[in-house]
Structure formats: structure tokens, C-alpha cells
Design a protein around this ligand. Structure first.
Ligand code: ADP
Ligand code: ZN
Length: 637
């Protein structure tokens, strides 16, 4: 056991935060910054970046100034710190003149350890004057990827932060982000002039998040099934591409009894704030949102992130799904995806004003994302490889690991699809082509005389969803291209020649949801040993199977023991009341992880309680008795 007295940082971790040991690079980062060094910290969401600047701010002379883009969240960040007994405050445009003046006074008198401010505030003469009166002990630049145009949350105000280096020489600066991309990373260092910063780059894996990507069939009922199966009482986020869809889906969920709220840039600011607050304070709200929502949300108990539309890139996907499971407990990332997504995103890219170089990069990013969706390998491995890291063995906690994907030899089907495209003049979309291949004539088809083509009706052996799967995979593999007008017309890529000529074989993944109706064309090649079983009504064998396996892997919300569940609920109730009294989110009182430990260890007194993770001295003093009483009441002699 290390001696905490000789390690002030560790002592603070234990007494203030109630955590036993540092994680990963935390201690090294803290030592480096306490010693006056600059640092660039790239760690995944939920891995504990905040402590890396909070503890140095407590140790160094002078308060820590934290630059954060999220005015709407500063208040919660500050209340979480105050719960720990840390003197924190924020200065932003939401304060009245009076409040701002009071905070400034406290800062000057040395009564503040951590001051949060937005970047545009920081560069005002008034603020700089304040910093000149009391020199900060450090600057922490949170969400540092906002400085980069490559990142997805570019904030021009961040560019001004480069001046800190000259203006405050000798004051260490830490830039922190969870954004993994190489280009963004380099950009941050250059733009913030972090020339001598030490880099701390952690692994990107989030092992407690399980990943599933499933083809779009009927998105809405798929979503409802997903929620009912394991998240009926959970808080989570559902991402949609457009405002209209956000409204529709939120409405649908409410109709089906889920406390869902919409969030998008089209809502008035007060309403957005109210929805965000409710999401942070409630334990089972589902936020249905565009990507306008989510940055900086540090709600620890987000149990799922669902995407009904494809995100812009694998990086964005990682970022968005990363909002799940910050508390380390099991969480799910779930996405539906179809050809229509590819059409939409390709036409976005093609129509954007960006220059050719930029477009090429965007295309490349989209291809990587499609590769992730269509993979038959472990999804986590594919994702980490994209970020330049290796996971030596498959994770066992993604859909392709839990239910290995079969492939089928689809050269003939591919040839049929490609020649249908060619014979119809390379301008029709998948729906038309599928109808043609299946010999289902429409009026339009007859007008064009396409019902007399040799490809008409040659594909009756595959079902409609199977043909859609084929077209989707041909597009994802780059054998077919989507017209840039956004109508979904498909044309051949140069790469399709060898396939059409029979010089190249094609293997398709068998989409799990479709495989219970056996493909008759082509032989199934099981990639793993699993066979389809018959599931509940309305779901395929794989789907039911996956649900069961995942529930087992997760082993979460439910306790085996009834009495444990009763205690847990009682603890949550107490936490809710305490939070309401103070107008703070429940998790700033104690996290679920701490409540779970209370159930597991049933501490009888203060010293047993303080041994639990997340019980520091201030919280022990404030809440110890209340929670001990609940434990006592619910524990038989
Ligand atoms: P990030 O900013 O990297 O997303 P946070 O700083 O919000 O992550 O930390 C995520 C969670 O992990 C928080 O609840 C935090 O209190 C907790 N945490 C951080 N460091 C430790 C540690 N050394 N031991 C236990 N829990 C920790
Ligand atoms: Zn896996």
C-alpha cells in the first residue's frame, strides 16, 4: 500500500473523491502538470480526464481556470465539484452582473479553486484583468478538439486561446479531449501552440459498451423492440439525422410509454435547456436528438445510445456512442443502417462547398464507416484499428462476436444486380431495381419497357430484403456508386467490371435479421458454429438469441436477490430527494456505482461507508447518516 502522506495527489483522490487508486495515466499527468509542464491528454470519455486538472489545481498555487465551451453545463459541473467540497465557480453570460461580480470578488480573495469560463469570456479585457490580479495556477482547455476544423464541433473562439502561451508564460496548460482522430490531434497541438506539451494518449477502447449494427427494416418497431428488451427503465439517447425525424420518433416513444424528449437546434433555447435539464436529472428519460445534443454531457448513467441514421464518420460514431456508460457499468450502442443512409451521406459530401481535398477525406471517412457497418469481424477490432490501435482478440461484446456473421457466395446475385443497373441505363434506385429483379412490374417499368429485359424476374429466389441487402453491400464495397443528386440512382463503378465478367467472386454478409429465411441462391457458409433458432414472435432467432446473451453479459439493473433490489430502490429514492432539495442531478450526490457498492457491502457505519468508491470526506459528512439509515432499515439483524 503506497503511503498517501508522501503523495499529496493520491491523498486528495482518496479523501476528496473517495477513490482508492488512480487510473491509467492520471497520476503521471497530475505530476507533470503540478511540476509546471504543459500536457495534451487524449483519453476516452468516462476514463477520468477531469481529475487530471482538478487535482493539480488543488495542489498548485493559484486557482485553476477551466475553459469549456458548454455554458449550459457549467452549472452542473460546478455543483458536482461543490458536492465534493471543492471551491468551484463559473463566469458566463448566464449570470447576472451581481453574481458575476461576487464570483470575481471571491476569485480575487483566493476563495476559488476552480473557475470555469467560456473561451469568448476568457479573452475579454475584464477577465484578463482579473487573471492579472491573481495569476492562475493552470489553464485546462476542455473539449480541446473544438479548436480544430477537422473535429466535428469547431468553435472559432477556441482559436484565440493560442494567446495564453505568451500572455501567461510559466502557467501550465492542459488540453483535454476524447477525440481520437490523428488529423484533429495534430491540429490541436499546432493551434493551441502546445509545442512542448507532453502527450498522454490512452487506449480508445470502451469495454463496457457493447456494439450492435443492424440493417434497417422497420426502424421504428426495431427501436421499440430494442428499448423494451433491455432498456425499459433506462436513460439513453436516440440520435436521428433531421429535426423532423427527431420529433416523429420522440412522439412515437411517448405514445408507447417512454418518457422521451426531443432536442434539436430548431427548438427555442429555453426549451432545449429544459429538456437537457430533465434528461440530466431524471433516471429514465430518453433524449431523442440530432447531434446538436451531447457534447460535454457527463451524465454517468446513460445506458444506451441508439442511432437511427448513420453518423458522419466512424469517429463521430465513437464520440456519440461514447456518451453511454461513463460510470463503467454495462451500456449499449445500437444502430440501424440502410442504403438510404449511404445515399444521403454521399450526396451531402458531393454537394458540399468543400474543396476536392476535403471531399476526398470525407469520402474516405464514409467508406471507413461503411466498412465498420458491413464487417463480419469483431466491431471493436475494426473500430480500434481505425484509430491505429490493436485489440489482439475479438471482444466478445459486440453483435458480430456474440453471433458470428455467416457469409454467402453471391457472385451470381451480384452479376444480376449489376447488369440490372447497366440494362436500365444506370439511373434507377435500389427499390426499382429490386422490383425489376423480382419480376414485379410497375407502371413506370412498363412504360420504359423494362419488363421485357432479360434481367426482369431473374432474381425471384431472393426476398426483397435480401436484394436490398445485396445492393447496400455493393454500394458499400464501391462496386456501385450513388448519384450525387440525392435521388438514389445507382451507376456502375469501374471496379464492377471483373465481377460482371466473372473474374472476381463476391461474398456477402448474411444480415442476421434476414437469415431465418434461407437464401436459396448460393450456399450458406457458416463463419462460426451458430445456427438460427426460432425466437419470440416477431423477431428472428438471432435477435432473440443476441438479446439473451447480452442480458447475461450485462448482468445489470436487476439484482438476483429481491432484498437487494429493494435496498437499491430505497437508496435511489433517498438520492432523488436529496438531489431535488438542492436542485442538482442525482448523480452528483452519488453515482449508481456507489449505490451498488452500498447494496453489496451493506456498510454499518461511517468507516465502512467511506471505504466505498465515491465516498469522500465531505459527502460522508453530508450524506453518510441518511444513507446508512436506509441501509440499516433494509438490512435484517
Ligand atoms: P471524462 O472527462 O474523461 O469523460 P470524468 O472525468 O467525467 O471522465 O470521469 C468519469 C467518471 O470516472 C467520473 O464519475 C469520475 O468521478 C470517475 N473517476 C475518475 N477517476 C477515477 C478513479 N481514479 N477511480 C475511480 N473513479 C474515477
Ligand atoms: Zn467484438
Amino acid at each position: 500500500m503506497p503511503d498517501p502522506d508522501s503523495r499529496p495527489a493520491l491523498k486528495l483522490l482518496q479523501t476528496v473523491y473517495g477513490y482508492e487508486t488512480f487510473r491509467g495515466d492520471q497520476e503521471a499527468i497530475i505530476e507533470h502538470v503540478v511540476g509546471g509542464g504543459d500536457a495534451f491528454v487524449l483519453m476516452p470519455t468516462g476514463s477520468g480526464k477531469s481529475i487530471c486538472y482538478q487535482i493539480p489545481a488543488l495542489i498548485r498555487n493559484g486557482p485553476g481556470v477551466v475553459i469549456s465551451p458548454l455554458i449550459a453545463l457549467m452549472h452542473d459541473q460546478v455543483s458536482a465539484l461543490r458536492q465534493l467540497g471543492i471551491k468551484a465557480a463559473c463566469l458566463n453570460s448566464s449570470l447576472s452582473m451581481d453574481e458575476a461580480r461576487r464570483t470575481e470578488g471571491a476569485y480575487v480573495r483566493g476563495e476559488i479553486d476552480l473557475l470555469y469560463a467560456a473561451p469568448e469570456r476568457l479573452v475579454t479585457p475584464r477577465f484578463l484583468e482579473l487573471l492579472d490580479r491573481v495569476r492562475p495556477g493552470l489553464f485546462a482547455i476542455d473539449e480541446a478538439h473544438c479548436v480544430s476544423q477537422w473535429g466535428h464541433d469547431f468553435r472559432p473562439e477556441y482559436l484565440q486561446l493560442a494567446f495564453l502561451r505568451e500572455r501567461f508564460p510559466g502557467v501550465p496548460r492542459l488540453a483535454l479531449t476524447a477525440t481520437a482522430d490523428e488529423a484533429t490531434r495534430r491540429d490541436i497541438l499546432v493551434r493551441l501552440r502546445l509545442d512542448d506539451a507532453r502527450l498522454f494518449i490512452a487506449g480508445f477502447d470502451r469495454p463496457n459498451i457493447s456494439y450492435t449494427v443492424t440493417p434497417k427494416l422497420d426502424t421504428k418497431s426495431q427501436l421499440l423492440r430494442f428499448l423494451r428488451r433491455g432498456h425499459a427503465d433506462d436513460s439513453g439517447i436516440v440520435y436521428c439525422l433531421t429535426r423532423r425525424r427527431v420529433e416523429q420518433v420522440a412522439g412515437l416513444l411517448v405514445t408507447h410509454g417512454f418518457p422521451a424528449l426531443p432536442y434539436h437546434a430548431g427548438l427555442e433555447a429555453p426549451q432545449r435547456r429544459e429538456h437537457q435539464d430533465r434528461f440530466l436529472r431524471d433516471e429514465r428519460t430518453v433524449m431523442v436528438a440530432t447531434i446538436a445534443f451531447g457534447m460535454g454531457i457527463d451524465k454517468p448513467d446513460v445506458r444506451f445510445v441508439a442511432h437511427l441514421d448513420l453518423p458522419k464518420s466512424l469517429e463521430a460514431y465513437y464520440q456519440e456512442t461514447g456518451r453511454a456508460g461513463r460510470d463503467g457499468l454495462p451500456a449499449e450502442a445500437w444502430m440501424t443502417y440502410g442504403l438510404s443512409d449511404v445515399v444521403t451521406l454521399r450526396s451531402f459530401t458531393a454537394q458540399s462547398e468543400a474543396d476536392e481535398d476535403h471531399k476526398r477525406i470525407e469520402r474516405h471517412k464514409l467508406d471507413a464507416l461503411l466498412g465498420f457497418c458491413e464487417t463480419t469481424r469483431c466491431r471493436r477490432q475494426v473500430m480500434l484499428e481505425y484509430f491505429g490501435q490493436q485489440l489482439p482478440v475479438p471482444c466478445g461484446n459486440c453483435d458480430t462476436c456474440l453471433n458470428p456473421i455467416e457469409t454467402w457466395e453471391g457472385t451470381v446475385a451480384a452479376q444480376m444486380a449489376l447488369s440490372a443497373v447497366a440494362r436500365t441505363g444506370q439511373r434507377f434506385g435500389a427499390a426499382y431495381l429490386v422490383a425489376l429483379l423480382r419480376g414485379e412490374p410497375t407502371e413506370r417499368m412498363q412504360q420504359f419497357g423494362h419488363d421485357r429485359l432479360s434481367t426482369f424476374g431473374v432474381g425471384k429466389d431472393l426476398t426483397k430484403p435480401q436484394w436490398h441487402s445485396v445492393f447496400r453491400q455493393l454500394v458499400a464495397a464501391g462496386l456501385l456508386n450513388v448519384d450525387i443528386e440525392g435521388y438514389g440512382g445507382l451507376h456502375l463503378d469501374g471496379r464492377s467490371g471483373p465481377v460482371l465478367r466473372g473474374q472476381e467472386a463476391i461474398h456477402f454478409r448474411r444480415d442476421p435479421l434476414l437469415s431465418e429465411t434461407q437464401t436459396r441462391k448460393g450456399r450458406a457458409e457458416p463463419a462460426g458454429g451458430k445456427r438460427t433458432r426460432v425466437g419470440r414472435k416477431g423477431e428472428s432467432g438471432e435477435e432473440a438469441d443476441l438479446g439473451r446473451k447480452r442480458a447475461r453479459a450485462a448482468g445489470k439493473t436487476e439484482f438476483d436477490d429481491e432484498a437487494d433490489q429493494v435496498l437499491f430502490d430505497a437508496l435511489r429514492q433517498t438520492r432523488r430527494e436529496l438531489a431535488q432539495q438542492q436542485g442538482v442531478p442525482p448523480y452528483v450526490i452519488f453515482h449508481d456505482t456507489t449505490l451498488r457498492e452500498m447494496v453489496q457491502y451493506r456498510p454499518a457505519d461511517a468507516s465502512a461507508l467511506t471505504a466505498l468508491s465515491g465516498v469522500g470526506s465531505v459527502k460522508l459528512g453530508r450524506y453518510g447518516e441518511a444513507f446508512l439509515a436506509v441501509i440499516r432499515r433494509n438490512t435484517p439483524e
